[in-house]
Design a protein around this ligand. Sequence first.
Ligand code: NAD
Length: 433
Amino acid sequence: MRIAVVGTGYVGLVAGTCFAESGNTVFCIDIDEEKIRLLQDGKVPIYEPGLEELLRRNVHDGRLKFTTSYEEGMKGAQVVFIAVGTPPDEDGSADLKYVLSAAKSVGEQMKAYTVVVDKSTVPVGTARKVQAAIQGATSQEFDVVSNPEFLKEGAAIDDFLKPDRVVIGSDTKRAAELMDELYGPFVRTGNPIIHMDIESAELTKYAANAMLATRISFMNEIANICTRVGANIDSVRKGIGSDARIGSRFLFAGLGYGGSCFPKDVQAIVRTSKEYGYDFEIIKAVETVNENQKRLLFDIVHQHYAGDLKGKHFAVWGLSFKPNTDDMREAPAIVIVNALLEAGATVRAFDPEAMEEAQKRHFGDRIQYAENPMEAIEGADGLILVTEWNEFRRPDFDAVKELLRGPVIFDGRNIYRRKTLESLGFTYYGIGT
Ligand code: NAD
């Protein structure tokens, strides 16, 4: 099949590459000329495990191409995916300007019946707006389908090639069948393609993210209670996770959720509910808890030094919002590092992939960047673990102790054992442990 994917971000690039991998001919379109130039040169502008290799192979085999031209990219395309960003507007609702502008450009270049697929996360009612935007630009026949994306950054390729489920919201049999054909190779092991109406598909994505965010905030609140009553969140987690009705995944306490999805999708569903006259109480609390949680580790550090951080120097391990990505959008590290700097402390950070992003978009030269984890801790008054990259899990603690000026570890992800560290002479702080 010939496919066009509009938007070459985390979702568009992964989707385009994976569709090419399953034998389709794919053109990825983006308005960002620099990004397209990089991709045409065989460089991948984001860090996503496994993506570069897959992308190179499909480019080499001629199934994957990149362009800034809708005219070139859409030539002969039977299906066009819209995977552009939907950042939060000032009031928290999803800003649809990129989606609608892409829809108009798609309409302008439509030469035959086309299925246009909303892959971006968009509020209920957006497919109808996309339909209107295309209709205003073409007289060709087309269908709009909602196909929300559930991939996780850091495991995106696997999630896309072997999805738990594919959700398709459509109005016509013709469009639904084309989507079945396209996704067939990804669900050969029997995972379902779930067909539904467009509005339900649009809401499914928000409901999924809102539920996951709720689990995180819920566990963080239980962790905060643990701290107060002298219980241990890891024991409580295991205790409840073994209940099949609850399940053991997504129950880890920490510094709250970040990233490009949960924060904005939580805000957007609050907004959509309000628009329809409904006050979504639970999810508003989920957001408040998360904001407090992002600051929690700073508060612990602040308290440890009796409120005086002036002149203190800290090592920060991990900047990305979670491991295996360079994405720092809404990362807890932003809140923590900025709070440390404001309090008069200095910071030297290390992250395996996100340091360029950190320097370019968040901290500039206000912090130092280390070449490796051990360099970051040299002479620091304490080590603050913010993102649980695998390489931080088992450091040589004797060397860590030697390099640190003060043997204090603030573990924002509970990856170390209090007992072990205390027996080595560290002061240890975790989240609810
Ligand atoms: P991103 O910001 O990484 O990429 C968006 C891309 O769209 C950019 O390269 C931008 O230049 C391009 N773009 C903007 N307007 C355009 C236009 N008119 N024509 C062509 N290109 C245009 O975004 P992302 O993280 O890939 O997310 C895309 C959508 O997918 C969002 O709605 C997001 O909520 C959703 N989503 C993201 C993830 C994730 O993990 N990142 C997971 C599931 C769903």
